[in-house]
Design a protein around this ligand. Structure first.
Ligand SMILES: Nc1nc2c(c(=O)[nH]1)N[C@H]1C(S)=C(S)[C@@H](COP(=O)(O)OP(=O)(O)OC[C@H]3O[C@@H](n4cnc5c(N)ncnc54)[C@H](O)[C@@H]3O)O[C@H]1N2
Ligand code: MOO
Length: 426
């Protein structure tokens, strides 16, 4: 059979095509303790001032600053201590001229006081008297009501991923339950007669289905819910039925393998048979040039390459931003930094190349080294890689010391506009 000609599109065009769509995820309420890694389904407004009252940031004495205006080493002023309060207590007394209240960190500033002096700077005498030998300014050492967050401030936006710092804010404002987006349920189908389950012994010609587990882990990492739906042999009918069933049970489906031009690469024919709207099936990138995507009854179907590294990159570049956009995340793409290439990469790059790499910091400079075997069928490179070096299509001869763009697989990275850089290139 003649091979059908495919339209090759630039990476950024493929990203843009995918991001025209998103899932409509409903909301659910979860307990604060179970909300880690979930995405907020609503803006969070400060329900009160933080701190909720003027308080002392130190253990010391609450005083009237003006009483210390004449204080010097030689002529300290003497104050009368009229009360002592710890955090959680409010003094019923009001400080008058030449009086002080002993106060602990976190306690409310008593009436009449306008400053706090730390314990270490005060000499304590008999009979509840203290001496101060320096001038204190009004307002010194007072944490003002609302200085951290005034009531009514939008403190967290919809789509924020819940992490320890976010949890601290939610707890501060009394959110013992949180509205979050439901996790997108992602079906994973591995196609290939050569595939064995992870617990099966190797036999000649066969390999274990590593992609399904890798993808499941990529999905979990960004807060989705993977469903490994097994593996399918390279049989058109069986794969067709398997995909239709998977589409019914999940929010979107990812397949691996079977997207190239081989005799048993049935995915292109299956998209046709389903009547799915093809978004693309050939991208000017390597690895993953045969990465495909289609829409079927409002749900996307991603056809990632069977080659593990190509499959990995396809997920990070296309599926990840699609899922994050559906979860209302603002920055959906991998963060990027420019880094100094640590060894020559002289191969030509007919297509934009994404090289599994390690980025490290050499002082303030990021340095990047390709890792493992540079082939799309390689798995070894994946465990070490924390970044992808991006070499634009139509270039060759990147020498050690060149400045290269790298996409970070861990952490947020900078907001270096790699999208802009890629837009203009094939
Ligand atoms: N004549 C051509 N041949 C190939 C082309 C091409 O353009 N013309 N493209 C090559 C490129 S590039 C890639 S990438 C692969 C893509 O192939 P498929 O995505 O269709 O994947 P398969 O052929 O099914 O498998 C490729 C490779 O990966 C192994 N594999 C498959 N599934 C898994 C899995 N779940 N876990 C681990 N490994 C898996 C499979 O055994 C193959 O070795 O096509 C090139 N060929
Ligand atoms: O482009 Mo293939 O998808 O890995 O090398």
């Amino acid at each position: 059979m003649p091979i059908e000609k495919r339209e090759i599109i630039p990476v950024w065009d493929a990203v843009t095509k995918v991001l025209k769509y998103q899932l409509e995820l409903s909301l659910e309420t979860v307990s604060l303790e179970e909300s880690d890694g979930r995405y907020l389904g609503e803006d969070i407004l400060a329900t009160h001032d933080v701190p909720p009252f003027d308080r002392s940031p130190y253990d010391g004495f609450a005083i009237r600053a003006e009483d210390t205006s004449a204080a010097t080493q030689e002529q300290p002023v003497e104050l009368n201590v009229i009360d002592s309060i710890g955090a959680g207590h409010v003094s019923g007394k009001e400080i008058k001229h030449n009086e002080a209240i002993r106060i602990m960190t976190g306690a409310a500033i008593p009436k009449g006081a306008n400053a706090v002096i730390m314990l270490e700077l005060v000499s304590e005498k008999e009979n509840n008297r203290i001496t101060i030998s320096r001038k204190v300014k009004a307002g010194d050492n007072i944490s003002r009501q609302g200085e951290d967050t005034p009531e009514g401030t939008t403190i967290l936006k919809t789509g924020t991923r819940i992490h320890p710092g976010v949890t601290a804010i939610l707890a501060t404002f009394g959110f013992h339950t949180v509205k979050v987006y439901k996790k997108p349920v992602v079906g994973i189908l591995a196609t290939g007669t050569e595939l064995l389950d992870v617990d099966e012994e190797l036999v000649p010609g066969k390999i274990r289905n590593s992609n399904a587990y890798m993808i499941a882990s990529q999905i979990k990492k960004i807060g989705g819910e993977p469903r490994i739906l097994g593996k399918l042999p390279d049989d058109l009918e069986e794969t067709y039925e398997g995909i239709l069933q998977a589409m019914k049970e999940t929010d979107l489906v990812i397949t691996t393998g079977g997207v190239s031009v081989g005799d048993f690469d049935h995915l292109p024919a299956i998209y046709k048979k389903m009547g799915a709207e093809l978004l693309f099936n050939k991208i000017a990138m390597r690895p993953g040039s045969v990465t495909s995507a289609a829409m079927f009854e409002g749900k996307p179907l991603f056809g990632l390459s069977g080659n593990p590294s190509a499959c990995f990159v396809g997920f990070e570049l296309f599926v990840r931003p699609y899922l994050l956009q559906s979860l209302h995340v603002k920055k959906v793409h991998l963060g990027a930094v420019t880094a100094t290439l640590q060894k020559d990469y002289l191969k030509p790059n007919p297509f934009t190349r994404f090289i599994r790499s390690r980025v490290e910091w050499n002082g303030p400079t990021a340095v990047a080294s390709p890792v493992g075997l540079d082939k799309s069928g390689s798995v070894s490179s994946l465990s070490e890689a924390n970044a992808l070096i991006v070499l634009p299509g139509g270039t060759r001869g990147w020498e050690k010391g060149s400045q290269v763009m790298t996409l970070l697989l861990e952490g947020e990275g900078s907001v270096w506009p790699w999208d802009q850089a890629l837009k203009s290139r094939s």
